[in-house]
Design a protein around this ligand. Structure first.
Ligand SMILES: NC(=O)C1=CN([C@@H]2O[C@H](COP(=O)(O)OP(=O)(O)OC[C@H]3O[C@@H](n4cnc5c(N)ncnc54)[C@H](OP(=O)(O)O)[C@@H]3O)[C@@H](O)[C@H]2O)C=CC1
Ligand SMILES: O=C(CO)COP(=O)(O)O
Length: 373
């Protein structure tokens, strides 16, 4: 482990002894996640598409473009050769932009061990197909669900690279595979929980980006904490409805991959989605904002496909609709938030009678009534 921040007690390094893993993508998250895996005791090789980035990581133990001032661990190997990165890798973590993942998978397919598990770290949906990343993996490589996983949570890369503690959720349809992923990705400053809810884990990461855009927009306008609290609270309700209609467990949305990530991304000035929203709220166009951003802001690309899926599934997402209108220039940023409703909306209870949250509370209350009787 490097010395970027407060030292923490070392954990389970020996559990990962000899576990060979690859990380595909050497941006801020790929590099940070490779550090987590190395600090967890795995034998890690990170793939960078540019040789100079691979060389800098391998030789100088730095990735100055994406993680300035961070010392990377000695054991981390880097290469720009996919064959080298994938040789013997039991777990392959994918940290590339959502819109390039399909091509990246096709590129790596010839070198992939047919037993390896592919784990998406990506928080977007494919624009042209509206597929989640695990669906893109299954579609491209024809892999069964037990060879596809996802890791997501409140994971602002730079904070984790500084070894500031947090957690995440590793999910796979096969619980034992989720446990294997979580073991590989559990460092002293990074606790990884397990889940079999791949849909919920992935959608938490996708949907919080859209709400973070809304938060950035109202921040750019100059609105204060009430507006943001209303957007976060109603945003979680929108996220949960959409995720449940897509097959997710509502409980996932109240965990690290849902609420946890929503809080981190909406609060952090380091969030690229939050930052992109702020620029738009300050009056920059979508094009100008894209130009100013040096890194991936997945939310901007995910808005149209998420709304397309929401309409197909009969889900109303007023905040995401408003974000779309602001992005397309049909609504002024200052009009986002204050009403949080469409024009024809009528006053209604805050929680719809059939929301997953209410159903859960009702079941709990009924159970308690039953046990008190
Ligand atoms: N940063 C974070 O805090 C977190 C990010 N994520 C998610 O991780 C994913 C990756 O994001 P992140 O690392 O932050 O992004 P960055 O913008 O930091 O880096 C993007 C990376 O993708 C590479 N890349 C760009 N185009 C291609 C391509 N066509 N083929 C292969 N690689 C390409 C870039 O390479 P090059 O440098 O050569 O351009 C770079 O290594 C996103 O889905 C993001 O939402 C998830 C959790 C936390
Ligand atoms: O996913 C993230 C934190 O969990 C990173 O968010 P941004 O992509 O908005 O920086």
């Amino acid at each position: 482990m490097s010395t970027n921040s407060i030292p923490v007690v070392r954990g389970n390094g020996t559990r990962n002894h000899g576990r060979k893993v690859a990380v595909i993508g050497s941006g801020s998250w790929g590099t940070t996640f490779a550090k987590v895996l190395t600090d967890a005791g795995c034998d890690v090789t990170i793939w960078a598409r540019r040789t100079e980035v691979a060389h800098e990581i391998q030789v100088a133990r730095r990735n100055t473009q994406y993680l300035p001032s961070i010392n990377l661990p000695k054991g981390l190997n880097a290469t720009s050769d996919l064959a080298v990165a994938l040789r013997g890798a039991q777990l392959v973590f994918l940290a590339v932009p959502s819109q390039t993942l399909r091509q990246n998978l096709l590129d790596l397919e010839p070198y992939l061990d047919r037993r390896s598990v592919l784990v998406s770290l990506v928080k977007g949906v494919e624009k042209t197909t509206t597929m989640r990343m695990s669906e893109v993996i299954a579609d491209t490589l024809d892999l069964p669900p037990e060879r596809i996983g996802s890791v997501s949570g409140p994971n602002i890369a730079l904070e984790i690279a500084k070894e500031q503690p947090t957690g995440a959720v590793a999910s796979c349809a096969d619980l034992s595979v989720a446990q294997e992923i979580a073991t590989a990705a559990s460092a002293p400053y990074f606790r990884t929980y397990v889940s079999t809810d791949v849909v919920g884990t992935e959608l938490g990461g996708v949907l919080k980006n859209l709400i973070a855009l809304a938060i950035g927009i109202v921040d750019g306008v100059g609105y204060g904490e009430n507006t943001k609290a209303a957007i976060i609270t109603r945003g979680l309700a929108e996220m949960t409805e959409f995720a449940v209609a897509s097959g997710a467990d509502p409980v996932t949305m109240s965990g690290l991959a849902g609420l946890g990530d929503l809080i981190a991304t909406c609060q952090s000035p380091l969030s690229r989605n939050n930052t992109a929203g702020r620029l738009i709220g300050q009056g920059y166009s979508q094009e100008e904002t894209r130009e100013q951003m040096q890194q991936v802001a997945e939310g901007i690309t995910s808005v149209p496909p998420v709304l397309e899926l929401a309409r197909e599934r009969g889900i109303v997402m007023p905040i995401v609709e408003q974000v779309q209108m602001v992005l397309s220039g049909t609504m002024a940023p200052a009009n986002l938030g204050p009403h949080l409703a469409t024009e024809d909306d009528v006053p209604r209870p805050e929680q719809r009678p059939d929301t997953p949250q209410e159903g859960r509370w009702r079941r709990l209350v009924n159970r308690m009534k039953g046990s008190a009787a």
